[in-house]
Design a protein around this ligand. Structure first.
Ligand code: ADP
Ligand code: MG
Length: 281
């Protein structure tokens, strides 16, 4: 099995929030593109049956002969499933709609929570030589998301700055705690990123200050503004970084990537972390 104590092994981040429409997929695509721009090689694993990350990167359903479904359910080798994208250095493990039945098909498997964990640690991951794996999780805390959490070093939580934003976080933290106890004791919280932020909106400002007060350093300094270019980019099958490279959205995702790379430099990305970021909320 691929040795994840080896400094050359990638850092694996699950992008999780059980709410839909909060910016998980947008963050997966654009953070991946920003990390690549800053010198990393990145594999994006699309774990959502809707396949929005795959579509947004220009891989249409017809081009997805093998998908995350085959990786998990049929244990097809990862080298057969991963595809290149139009962005050099950004690789994709695409999703397909059959992933929506994976939950039920996998229930009786003994290792059902470890399937993605094991797939990402196959020896045939090594030749891809990626620095980061980003996992775009579905909008629920189902078995697919649990696979994402068990497979990962840390969790990145996009939080839309709107009225009930913080409410769902306690359920997510409970799930993270359960996964730590049952399967992945070293799982960290990488951070919470505020998305679709509108600085002119008083409510959004209030949600930001509440989040920073409750979560402290867990909240990234960078916030992602609401920006129409960000929402247009997927229909041009591109990250906003290439679709409109000077847009506010592109600038923000670059800043987010810099924050993440500053904490986990490419040179020593798998040194054990000293602090436990697992704050209870
Ligand atoms: P999730 O994956 O959590 O369901 P998405 O990333 O698909 O959420 O985002 C939901 C919708 O919001 C999409 O239509 C997306 O284009 C839009 N969106 C996400 N982030 C932004 C942003 N910063 N500015 C404008 N629209 C955004
Ligand atoms: Mg999504």
């Amino acid at each position: 099995m691929y040795d994840y104590k080896d400094a050359s092994a990638p850092r694996i981040l699950a992008i999780v929030n059980q709410k839909g429409g909060v910016g998980k997929t947008t963050t997966a695509i654009n953070l991946a593109a920003a990390l690549v721009e800053q010198g990393a090689r990145v594999l994006l694993v699309d774990l959502d049956p809707q396949g929005n990350a795959s579509t947004g990167l220009g891989v249409a359903p017809a081009q997805r002969q093998l998908s995350t479904y085959d990786l998990l359910v049929d244990e097809v080798s990862i080298s057969a499933v991963v595809q290149e994208t139009s962005i050099p250095g950004l690789l994709l493990c695409p999703a397909s709609s059959d992933l929506s039945s994976a939950d039920i098909e996998l229930v009786s498997r003994e290792k059902r929570s470890f399937l993605l964990h094991d797939a990402l640690r196959q020896p045939d991951m090594a030749p891809f030589d990626v620095d980061y794996v980003l996992i775009d999780c579905p909008p629920s805390l189902n078995l697919l998301t649990v696979n994402g959490l068990v497979a990962s070093h840390a969790v990145l939580v996009p939080l839309q700055t709107e009225f009930f934003a913080l409410e769902g976080l306690s359920q997510l933290m409970l799930t993270i705690r359960e996964v730590r106890q049952a399967a992945n004791p070293t799982l960290r919280i990488e951070g919470v990123v505020l998305t679709m932020h509108d600085l002119r909106n008083r409510l959004a400002q209030q949600v930001e200050s509440d989040a920073r007060e409750a979560l402290g350093d867990l909240v990234f300094k960078t916030t992602i503004p609401r920006n129409v270019r960000v929402s247009e980019a997927p229909s041009y099958a591109q990250p906003v970084l290439t679709y409109d490279t000077a847009s506010k959205g592109a600038v923000a995702y670059r800043a987010l990537a810099r924050e993440i790379l500053a904490r986990n430099p490419l040179s020593d990305r798998n040194k054990p972390e000293e602090e436990d970021h697992g704050k209870e909320i």
